[in-house]
Design a protein around this ligand. Structure first.
Ligand code: DGJ
Length: 731
């Protein structure tokens, strides 16, 4: 078994293929963290706990005269609150007597094969190929009887450990859970860099790396969604780590709402990292006997640098996360109407765009926003999911039939979580949106957020969207969310439960997606929140791909996609070729480069195909053919970032390598160009050093060793923003 309890040492041992995780029940019953890192065989690491009398670090009462035992410096699995640990706490409880304490001690544990289940929440699941074992440890507060169950699942072959927490109110009082971290991890050292992925609308997941400094650093979201601003993924790596070297730890939160990741470097040069639901405005009422389940954190450890960490996540997120059968199917090449027509279209115009796209090899036509109610701009009609017959006189069915007759699949855009004030739905049910008593709600894109904590609202959404999906042959749905949450107050919740609304919204969203997405396995769903405002594993559980960003400028996309690939697989990133000058930046980039960049994801087009030249169409036709030929390599191969666009300015390069190392594709885009510049060679990675390869774009044969050590010349004649691809195949 990959999980064991060693009674004689009072240690818990979790073993994956290449990593070890160890904990210990200490004197007085506290659960201490001993180690997470490179795999060790059965060694007992208890010796790492060195006790000493440290001034101003309090001692638990039961330690008596022993001043060397303090929770203020000992490494823990789940830190207590209101007692003797001044560092980041894992929990905050308001007890029935008004006190804020939780002091958990190990009460019992159980080990079983298979994975724990998180009711109502997305989480990793296991296949027959996986060996998975679970450890649950009960920490109980002796005074209140409140219990926290720490859940660990070891996916041994995948080199992954998942964690979650369940809180059970075994006391006789109603209590309030004001903070619950899904994961707490202590390190006895602090020579780490903190890597996180930040940004804004149209510039998401920008890479940021800084050494830990004393004090606390936080990333998170309080926007009701995981957000464009910070992604729920972070890395701690040794300061010397790079793509190919060093100890790296990944923390990925399977949740789509408010989240917080905090790292603290303490007075003794130790590190604590916590991750969980953002505690701001979170207060969960728990009556006696009730329990609360926190979302999952997926942990990975790589002793060989960041690329290997990425491979661990790509592998497990490709195989054990998404519930849609489309997760493992080849995705169709689409054309989307948004940047082609925005709200200004009718059936005839759409059919012309589709007609020209078929000719390029496109396989799916997606009708974006503007097809329903009186939706002629973004001020109206959200919530009214009936067809705008002025634009589409024959309805979605008429359009879908015509599209299918051309040999294309058909898809639509929806935004089910929102309501416009100018809508039939809002006029009938003004109380169905989130808004606070006696205050006007804030608007975002002139729309309000439906209260998904309410069952009647969820039922309306499920019925109306299922109605739309049944009204025509629809094979693809883009599920958008174009504003974040404010005014988180529900008209039907009691006042003591208003602190639950942010989380209940997300639980409601997952319920809706269970009832719509998972009941339509034949439909490919694409997530979207103004691009990548909700690009997280929670959404990827339901939707195999997400619109990466509203920014379609290929040059900006290189950075956005670079950051995204640290944890999310290429098969999750929908990426489109759009028109130039680009609508977001005004930049002009060759169409070949736009294609090469979009091929680093699920390739699509988002432009008016009727306005393209024959030459442009031919380039796109070739792009599509080449992408389809290499689809398995791109979507399922190992991913290598060959450059860092934040530190190396000359070009951006990346590589896909097939699992059997027989094929590889290197893509490269010239960035800052100088005249008469130096000759560069891009070095391949991940090839078999002893295998011989042919490079389609070069004469001769080369060993993997040569391509990785000496590299492939970058033609000096390439101009700024021009791209080149190297197709490498074993001979
Ligand atoms: C935001 C999306 O990201 C865009 O692609 C487009 O679908 C618009 N919403 C439509 O309103």
């Amino acid at each position: 078994m990959s999980v064991r309890y060693i009674e004689s040492k009072k240690t818990f041992l979790l073993q994956t293929k290449s990593s070890t995780y160890q904990m210990k029940i200490s004197d007085y019953g506290y659960l201490l963290h001993l180690y997470y890192g490179e795999r060790l065989e059965d060694e007992d690491l208890s010796y790492l706990i060195q006790l000493q009398d440290r001034g101003f670090s309090p001692n638990p009462y039961e330690a008596g005269n022993d001043r060397t035992f303090s929770l203020d410096f000992l490494p823990q699995e789940f830190s207590s609150d209101g007692s003797s640990d001044y560092r980041l706490s894992s929990i905050e409880i308001k007890n029935g007597d008004g006190s804020y304490a939780f002091v958990g001690k190990v009460a019992k544990h159980q080990i079983y094969s298979g994975k724990y289940h998180l009711a109502g929440l997305p989480s990793l699941w296991t296949t027959e190929k996986d060996t998975a074992d679970t450890l649950e440890i009960w920490l109980t507060d002796a005074v209140t009887q409140l219990t926290v169950v720490l859940c660990y699942c070891v996916l041994e072959e995948k080199d992954i450990i998942t964690r979650s927490v369940r809180v059970i109110n075994q006391s006789e009082d109603t209590i309030y859970l004001n903070r619950i971290m899904s994961m707490t991890m202590d390190f006895m050292d602090s020579d780490y860099d903190f890597i996180h992925f930040d940004g804004r609308h149209t510039m998401e997941r920008e890479w940021s790396r800084n050494p830990l400094a004393y004090g606390i650093q936080t990333v998170g979201s309080f926007r009701g969604a995981s957000s464009h601003q910070h992604n729920p993924f972070a890395i701690l790596c040794e300061s010397a780590a790079n793509e190919d070297y060093g100890r790296c730890y990944g923390f990925s939160f399977v949740y789509s709402g408010n989240f917080m990741c905090k790292v603290e470097k303490d007075q003794y040069d130790q590190t604590r990292i916590v991750m969980g639901i953002h505690p701001k405005h979170f207060s969960w009422q728990m009556k006696p006997g009730e329990s609360f389940t926190a979302p999952e954190v997926v942990l990975a450890y790589s002793g060989q640098g960041l690329t290997h960490l990425t491979h661990l996540y790509h592998n497990v997120y490709r195989e054990n996360l998404c519930k849609s059968p489309y997760a493992k199917k080849e995705r169709p090449i689409l054309i989307n109407s948004w940047e082609a027509a925005y709200f200004d279209f009718d059936e005839e115009k759409l059919l012309k765009i589709a007609g020209d796209a078929v000719d390029m090899g496109v396989e799916l036509f997606v009708l974006d926003d503007g097809w329903f109610g009186n939706r002629n701009n973004d001020n109206a009609a959200l919530g009214d999911w009936d067809v705008n017959t002025a634009k589409l006189p024959r309805g979605l069915k008429g359009l879908s039939d015509e599209i299918h007759a051309m040999g294309l699949k058909f898809g639509i855009w929806i935004e089910p979580e929102m309501v416009s004030e100018d809508s039939k739905l809002y006029r009938k049910h003004p109380d169905w949106c989130l808004q606070m008593p006696r205050r006007q709600p804030s608007r975002g894109r002139y729309q309000l957020v439906l209260d998904l904590s309410r069952e009647d609202v969820r039922d309306y959404i499920v019925t109306s969207i299922n109605g739309v999906l049944g009204s025509a042959r629809i094979e693809y749905v883009k599920w958008d969310m174009n504003r974040f949450i404010t005014d988180a107050w529900s008209a039907i919740a009691e006042k003591e439960k208003q602190g639950e609304i942010y989380h209940r919204y997300i639980l409601g969203l997952y319920d809706i997606m269970n009832r719509i997405i998972l009941t339509h396995p034949e439909v490919l769903f694409c997530g979207c929140s103004g691009g990548g405002g909700r690009f997280d594993p929670g959404m990827l559980y339901y939707q195999p791909q997400i619109w990466c960003s509203d920014n379609t400028d290929a040059v900006c996309r290189l950075k956005i996609q670079y950051g995204t690939t640290f944890v999310y697989p290429v098969s999750a990133m929908e990426s489109h070729v759009s028109v130039c000058p680009n609508h977001q930046t005004g930049r002009t980039v060759p169409i070949k480069t736009r294609g090469v960049t979009a091929m680093d994801g699920i390739l699509g087009y988002e432009l008016d195909s009727t306005k393209m030249t024959q030459e442009e169409k031919q380039i796109c036709r070739e792009q599509i053919q080449s992408y389809k030929k290499d689809y398995a390599l791109i979507a399922e191969g190992d991913y290598f970032r060959l450059t860092n666009p934040y530190t190396f300015m000359e070009y951006v390069a990346w590589e896909h390598v097939s699992r059997d190392q027989k094929e590889a594709l290197i893509s490269l885009v010239i960035m800052e160009k100088e005249a008469n510049d130096a000759q560069r060679c891009v070095k391949a990675k991940g090839l078999n050093p002893g295998m011989y390869y042919q490079v389609e774009e070069m004469e001769g044969h080369f060993s993997g060793q040569v391509l990785m050590s000496a590299g492939l010349p970058v033609p000096n004649g390439l101009l700024q923003y021009e791209a080149i691809q190297y197709h490498i195949r074993a001979i």
